[in-house]
Design a protein around this ligand. Structure first.
Ligand SMILES: [Zn+2]
Length: 189
């Protein structure tokens, strides 16, 4: 989903990170049940396909495909997010720790994120949940949603004005505010 966009500038400002605010809702309620990193990465990997598909199709409005489908979330997206959670996040945290020596940077909702669960069941389920919430946020904010790919004939379009600038702003602001509030209320705490 993009906060800014519309006919002329065509969603040029991506708001991929604010997607994470949605799976953080169950996380702050049940932090032991989830992997924070898999939820977070899983809610963002969907947008990895946007730039390549945009280049291939020449059309930003049709730049969502497999990674914005339920099938893709449960397979490709979850694989990418699990790999990143298990093999990229830990060295990245170590690198940040060495540079800034501020352990509270990796605290969220009362949990030390260095001790995020690493068992494959929790990490996979969290990655999949994060990816599904991304699709849910995108449905009202995009006119082209290949949610049931490849079993659909026409991509889902629930909101006729979904790709118009005013709606991107109206629909994007609550998610942006939620993200800002989550960071304020739970990060480093
Ligand atoms: Zn998206």
């Amino acid at each position: 989903m993009n906060v800014f966009g519309g006919e002329d500038d065509a969603n040029l400002v991506p708001a991929t990170p604010i997607h994470a605010a949605i799976p953080w809702i169950p996380y702050v309620r049940w932090p032991r049940a989830f992997s924070f990193w898999a939820l977070t990465v899983g809610s963002m990997v969907n947008d990895l396909e946007v730039v390549p598909l945009w280049v291939l199709s020449g059309d930003i409005y049709h730049s969502r495909g497999l990674m914005h489908s339920v099938l893709g979330v449960l397979t490709l997206n979850a694989t990418v997010a699990v790999f990143a959670t298990l093999y990229l996040v830990p060295p990245a945290m170590r690198w940040f720790d060495r540079r800034w020596r501020e352990p509270r940077v990796f605290r969220f909702a009362g949990r030390d994120l260095h001790e995020d669960p690493r068992d494959i069941g929790t990490v996979y389920a969290s990655a999949a949940l994060g990816g599904l919430t991304h699709i849910l946020v995108d449905i009202p904010t995009h006119a082209y949603n290949p949610v049931w790919w490849p079993w659909q004939t026409v991509p889902l379009n629930l909101v006729p004005y979904a790709d118009e600038l005013w709606w991107d702003i109206v629909a994007g602001i609550p998610v942006l505010l939620l993200f800002a509030w989550m960071m304020y209320a739970y990060w480093r705490r």
